[in-house]
Structures are given as C-alpha cells and as structure tokens.
Ligand binder design. Structure first.
Ligand code: MN
Length: 253
C-alpha cells in the first residue's frame, strides 16, 4: 500500500538546479515520466538559452532565469542578458541576497542587481520568483516591498532560514516558502514550518546542493520532504503531497 501511495503521489520540486547535474537530460526526462512539477533554476543568464531549449517541450518541468547572489561580482555584466531574456519566461530564480560572512562584502552589488531584477519583474508583472535570502531575510522582504509589490509578482522564499518574526513578515508580504528535507530534519526548521500557514508551503530539493545519503538529491527525493511535512501537519503523506500541489496550483493561477 505504501508503494502504490508513493507511485500515485504527484510531487512538486520547485527549486532545484538540474543543469548542474552531469545527467541533466535524464533528470528532466525522469521528472516528466513521474509527473513531478519541477522548477529548475539557473545561476546566470548566459545559461538560460540551453535551459530554455531543454525544457521547451516539457509538461512538468519549467526553467527559471536567474542570477545567483553568490555570482554577483563575476556575473554582474549579465544583467543585460537577464533583461533581454526576461520576456521568454514566467519563472525567475535563483535570485536574491546572501548576507553570510563570506558574501557580505559583495552585498552592495548584490542589492544593486536584485533591485534591478525586481524592478524589471514589476514592469512585466505576473512573474514567479524563487528567492534566496540567507542571512538577509529582512532586507529581502524590504526590497520586495519597495521594488516589486505583492500585486506585481509572486515570491517563493527558498530554503528559508530566518527567524519566526521574519517568517511572519514573509507571510504578511504574501510570500510562499519552499522547504527541503535538510531544513525539515532540524528542530528549528520544523518549528518554523509548523508556525506558517500550510497553504503557503511548497517543497524543493535544491539538488545538487542538498545531499541525501551522500549523493546529490534529485527531484524524486522530494518525497522525503513530503514525508516530513506529513508528520508536522499530522496528515497522510498523500494528503501532504496533495496540499503542496494545490498550493502550487493556487500560486500559478
Ligand atoms: Mn538553490
């Protein structure tokens, strides 16, 4: 019974980096075959054309146009490519800010790029953004309010690691939260998720950065995050999977 339940669950992996896996194409095919609603994010606009081409005929896999805050210095000139490609997709990511000690010296350029990205998205309207906010949650939420506005785009805070009050600020700003198994296996992550409305939760793997059993996690591994959510919400795994899928459908309306 467990097996059939697993097979029938329609999963959502709304933040992974399939283009960083050597078997990129196989993973796209696997998400298609298993019906996993997959958002494969990118880290620099120059890789967008290949990602767009490889997902163009997919039913379940979508690619996002991104400029990762960790690459702000090296890739800042690609903001012109970001602008050029933005009309080709509804999905934007990975974008955001990283205020951790190693990247704090680059925050000024990160903020400059993120402000530009948000402004471009606000001009277009209707974009869905998956946003990195490590050690910069308050600033990210502030910039979303200043440069995007909740009526001009939808935001998913990916791998959210802020405080409870920051999570409430994100909730008030209309954000969704995509959670992965690594977060959900910590007490802090469990407490954060249990304090958020279940209607705002999506699942992700963030593979290949998150590892499972010593190997990069793949979209189908998102079932492990669903299992953790089921235990936090005290419902069945298939009920948790259904809830996440309904959340995604509401987000994409
Ligand atoms: Mn990521």
């Amino acid at each position: 019974m467990n097996t059939s339940e697993t097979v029938e669950m329609e999963l959502v992996d709304f933040h992974c980096h399939l283009d960083l896996f050597p078997n990129h194409l196989d993973l796209i095919r696997e998400s298609e075959a298993l019906g996993i609603r997959t958002l494969t994010v990118t880290n620099a606009p120059s890789v967008w054309p290949r990602n767009r081409a490889l997902t163009a005929n997919c039913n379940y896999v979508r690619a996002a146009l991104g400029l990762h805050p960790e690459l702000a210095i090296e890739r800042q000139n690609e903001i012109t490519l970001f602008e050029r490609y933005l009309d080709e997709t509804r999905f934007v990511g990975e974008v955001g800010l990283d205020g951790s000690p190693r990247l704090r010296p680059t925050l000024q350029i990160q903020e400059h790029l993120f402000a530009r990205i948000l402004t471009l998205c606000a001009q277009r309207g209707g974009k869905v953004l998956t946003v990195h906010s490590r050690e910069a949650v308050s600033r990210v939420i502030e910039m979303l309010g200043t440069h995007l506005g909740s009526d001009r785009g939808k935001v998913i805070l990916h791998w959210f690691s802020g405080t409870k009050s920051e999570s409430r600020a994100g909730e008030a700003a209309g954000c969704y939260f995509s959670v992965n198994v690594r977060m959900l296996q910590t007490r802090r992550g469990q407490e954060l998720v249990s304090g958020l409305p279940p209607s705002r939760i999506l699942t992700e793997t963030d593979g290949p950065f998150v590892k499972i059993d010593g190997r990069p996690s793949m979209p189908k591994d998102v079932a492990k995050a669903v299992k953790e959510l089921a235990s936090i919400w005290r419902i069945s795994e298939s009920g948790a999977a259904l809830r996440v899928r309904e959340n995604l459908e509401r987000l994409l309306v």
